[in-house]
Design a protein around this ligand. Structure first.
Ligand code: NAD
Length: 494
């Protein structure tokens, strides 16, 4: 179902946009891009322009990085308690500004408001977590077992870091990187996705208000990410690159980072198998699937891409799925009752349409949806495909849309083999009530994360990340902080 409106312009919307920084944050000051260059941000649920933001040039990017490098020694010398205090302070500020932050996020990403509020809360969880971890960067001290001297191991900030985030979770993905970088004592240049800079700019202002020193946090918005970021990555001025986005761009950045042997963390694309065995609790499985598949209209790296359902229960599962799909209401994020937002842009709609059309052309059955609703905004209908053949493109590529692709299977070794038959390894989901099978299959799946009888795996306390072409390194847990620390060993002769 779709609620059809012209652009819903809340009175509050213009006021929120008017109060949001739109320039570059360099050395503690909001400054315009060289030549006052700007580009336009759009609301994907209406296709209407929202606001202009600074369009950085390579020279602007360089100034931002130089400011971060100049601030590094001073920031590294602050105490962990001081840095934890900044993070606790920003949590308070973000809670006070929750509605503003959520509305900004909805405006630029099109997400229904309840999803935006949940994303702000999820980001806050990560910031709180790293405020607590900041004071626990313990090293080690021991007697050298051979010489009797002393072995001192210390953890030090890795240094100035370049952070690049995607449009699908513009706030929480930034929080997962900024909070551990600040906790560790690393100064940063952060570049949000071209499409969704606004919530990050408001977040940066909140961090400044919480006391981040000038130069420790710099933001760069640009419509030419390659031109601006490549020289920074290759410059030799930074010590760390942390990127979340597509595998194609991640591979390119890894090549650029290799030149300076830059420490690199990559959170890349996924191709999650969602496996429902015949002994699963189907209600648990369908609830988990709806949450997983339809959150952010399916534009999630952890989204179930291939839904393997045992052939004895697939008809029943399909019925449940179709019934639940009918409950989605698409529309502008500000309207009551809307629970499914748009895709981010026209290119994304075209990608999803091509993936569905390919599956159908190769023999998949289109059960519901499969088209574009007749309304403004970048929407794609909630869609169910059945019996998707092995040669369909969606077996190899992220769908990134509200499309549930059902694939039957008959036995455990076969479904594990098919689940692993992908270049990606971010997350897999397994639904079974058989304990031995649950353990066996979780261990056999080649992914960094497994959801066992649940459809979400990302929490602040858990190490999240991919294997294979899904990435390098982890975010969350103490491991997320370790990504921004270097280990130093001091050998002391007695
Ligand atoms: P993207 O790779 O197109 O862009 C990601 C970021 O990189 C954006 O800020 C973009 O402006 C920037 N960028 C693009 N080209 C660049 C270049 N040549 N040089 C420097 N920066 C460049 O990805 P996206 O479309 O924004 O996000 C969707 C992708 O992100 C999906 O593949 C999704 O699976 C992945 N993702 C992964 C995780 C994870 O935790 N593993 C989380 C969210 C999204």
């Amino acid at each position: 179902m779709s609620i059809d409106t012209a652009a819903v312009r809340e009175p509050a919307q213009a006021q929120i946009l008017g109060a949001t920084p739109t320039n570059l944050l360099i050395d503690g000051q909001w400054v315009p891009a060289s030549g006052e260059k700007t580009y336009t941000i759009y609301d994907p649920s209406t296709e209407e322009p929202l606001i202009e933001v600074a369009d950085a040039t390579p020279a602007d990017g360089r100034r931002a990085l130089e400011a971060a490098v100049a601030a590094q020694a001073g920031f590294a010398a602050t105490t962990p308690k001081f840095r934890a205090g900044i993070l606790r302070g920003v949590v308070e500020i973000l809670r006070e500004r929750m509605e503003t932050m959520a509305r900004l996020l909805s405006m630029e990403a099109g997400k229904p408001l309840f999803e935006s509020r949940a994303e702000i809360n999820s980001g806050i969880d990560f910031i709180e977590h790293f405020a607590e971890e900041a004071v626990r960067t313990a090293g080690n001290y021991q007697i050298n077992p051979v010489s009797g001297g002393r072995m001192i191991v210390v953890k030090q900030p890795i240094g100035t870091s370049i952070l690049i985030t995607p449009w699908n979770f513009p706030f929480s993905q930034a929080a997962r990187k900024l909070a551990p970088a600040i906790a560790a004592g690393c100064t940063v240049v952060i570049k949000p996705a071209t499409e969704t800079p606004l919530v990050l700019l408001a977040f940066a202002q909140a961090l400044m208000d919480a006391g981040v020193p000038a130069g420790a946090l710099n933001t760069v918005t640009t419509s030419s990410p390659n031109d601006v970021m490549e020289p920074l990555i290759r410059s030799g001025l930074a010590r760390k690159l942390s990127f979340t986005g597509s595998t194609a761009v991640g591979v390119k950045l890894l090549e650029q980072a290799a030149e300076q042997v830059l420490s690199t963390s990559l959170e890349l694309g996924g191709n999650a198998p969602f496996i429902v065995f015949d002994d699963a609790d189907l209600q648990v499985a369908i609830d988990a699937l709806m949450m997983n598949k339809m959150w952010n209209a399916g534009q999630t790296c952890t989204s179930a891409n291939r839904i393997f359902v045992h052939s004895t229960i697939i008809d029943r599962f399909q019925e449940m799925l179709v019934e639940r799909m009918a409950g989605y209401v698409q529309g502008n994020w500000a309207q009551d009752g809307v629970n499914l937002g748009p895709l981010i842009n026209a290119r994304q709609v075209a990608n999803v349409a091509a993936i569905v059309d390919d599956a159908v052309a190769k023999g998949a059955k289109l059960v519901v949806g499969g088209g574009l609703p007749d309304r403004p905004g970048y929407f794609y209908q909630p869609t169910v495909l059945r019996d998707v053949p092995a040669d369909a493109v969606l077996n190899a590529e992220e769908i990134f849309g509200p499309v549930a692709a059902l694939i039957p299977f008959d036995d455990e070794p076969d479904v594990v083999r098919r689940a692993n038959d992908t270049d990606y390894g971010l997350v897999a989901y397994v639904f079974t009530q058989n304990l031995h099978r649950a353990v066996r299959v979780s261990e056999a799946l080649e992914t960094g994360n497994v959801g066992l009888n649940r459809g979400t795996v990302a929490y602040a306390a858990a190490p999240f990340g991919g294997v294979k072409k899904s990435g390098l390194g982890r975010e969350g847990s103490w491991e997320g902080l370790d990504e921004f620390l270097e280990t130093k060993f001091v050998a002391l002769q007695m």
